[in-house]
Write a protein that binds this ligand. Structure first.
Ligand code: DAH
Length: 339
């Protein structure tokens, strides 16, 4: 074979390889072109190389040199195609496939709502004080929400305007049902099923048809506590309240009881905690009324107990300096993200 024919074939090969590598805009196309031209077994360059034997001895060095140059040119075209893919620029028109300098898509993790965080923290604290956490239904009958709690028929707490009574129960003539207005219902449910001693807390939603303002919301949360055993006294109640307040708000907390009245406790108190220079009322408490014990089949001569009900939102708001309860329920991520 004449040297010119050989070098012409190399030229043709280089031309078509350059064209193919330039068109190769994906890794797969580049690989296809690589195998086609530079493949070790059946690559087109290999085919031409086989013709080297047919070149005369004198012309062979020149032919070999031309072959090497072509091989280097092909390798260069391959390298360029690959680096263009890596940089996201196609040879065709500098159109970026992707811009590796742009920040990536970051994943934002959701997180736990402040009220849910508060509930688990309060449960932890009470757990360490020996109270186990129990739940109860949010749709209640009037037995658990009122009757067994010693709330008389004519008591204003039963007023339809102050409760979410459920119309289906009225219509089907069953016992009146409502969205529970207090977690004290859980005291009854637990005592009905369990013999003393009892040491429980229950944290959950309660409902009252209040107009929402900075301190009211038609749904909020309470932490109910109940301790029943022999010889439980008001001193135990104050100790537990103090240990709780100290754990949740911090050292320097003071606890104050003010005389009050609840149908299910006797005596009854309002419970205030002093923290950061201010007295704030967090809920009610007292010694379980003998009538409540009788309603669940306990003998008030044998056991005594204390109960308390604290506002979860109020605890959370005071601790985190939130001044409007509605902020907790607006689902404004800007606000919630802070917790
Ligand atoms: N259930 C009362 C309320 O919602 C709070 C309360 C007061 C709960 C005294 C108690 C208690 O367990 O002993 O206003």
């Amino acid at each position: 074979m004449a040297l010119v024919t050989f070098t012409q074939r190399l030229e043709d090969l280089k031309e078509s390889a350059n064209a193919d590598f330039q068109k190769a805009t994906t890794q797969a196309l580049v690989e296809e072109a690589r195998v086609k031209y530079l493949g070790a077994k059946n690559g087109l360059l290999k085919e031409v190389q086989k013709e080297l034997g047919k070149i005369s001895k004198e012309e062979k060095p020149l032919a070999g040199k031309a072959l090497n140059e072509t091989k280097q040119a092909l390798q260069k075209a391959l390298d360029e195609a690959e680096s263009q893919i890596r940089s996201g620029v196609t040879a065709a028109g500098d159109q970026p496939l992707f811009d590796p300098t742009l920040p990536g898509t970051s994943y934002t993790l959701g997180h736990i709502h402040p009220i849910t965080q508060t509930i688990s923290e309060l449960s932890d604290i009470m757990g360490r004080l020996g109270f186990s956490v129990v739940g109860g239904p949010e749709v209640e009958d009037e037995d658990h929400n009122f009757n067994a709690l010693n709330i008389p028929q004519e008591h204003p707490a039963r007023d339809p305007l102050d409760n979410f009574y459920l119309s289906f129960a009225q219509e089907t003539n069953k016992t009146p049902m409502l969205l529970r207005s207090q977690t004290s219902t859980v005291q009854i449910r637990v005592m009905e099923k369990t013999k003393p001693p009892i040491r429980i807390v229950s944290l959950g939603r309660v409902y009252r048809p209040d107009t929402a303002d900075a301190t009211h919301y038609p749904m909020f949360h309470q932490m109910e506590g109940l301790y029943v055993d022999e010889k439980v006294t008001m001193a135990d109640l104050k100790t537990v309240m103090h240990l709780f307040a100290k754990s949740y708000l911090g050292e320097g907390v003071k606890v104050r009881f003010r005389p009050s009245f609840f149908p299910f406790t006797e005596p009854s108190v309002e419970t205030d905690f002093y923290w950061n220079g201010k007295w704030v009322e967090y809920g009610g408490a007292g010694m379980v009324d003998p009538n409540v014990f009788r309603a669940v089949g306990y003998d008030p001569e044998e056991v005594t107990g204390f109960a308390f009900g604290l506002g979860v939102e109020r605890l959370c708001m005071r601790r985190h300096n939130v001044t409007d309860i509605r902020d907790l329920y607006q689902n404004d991520v800007q606000f919630l993200r802070q917790f």
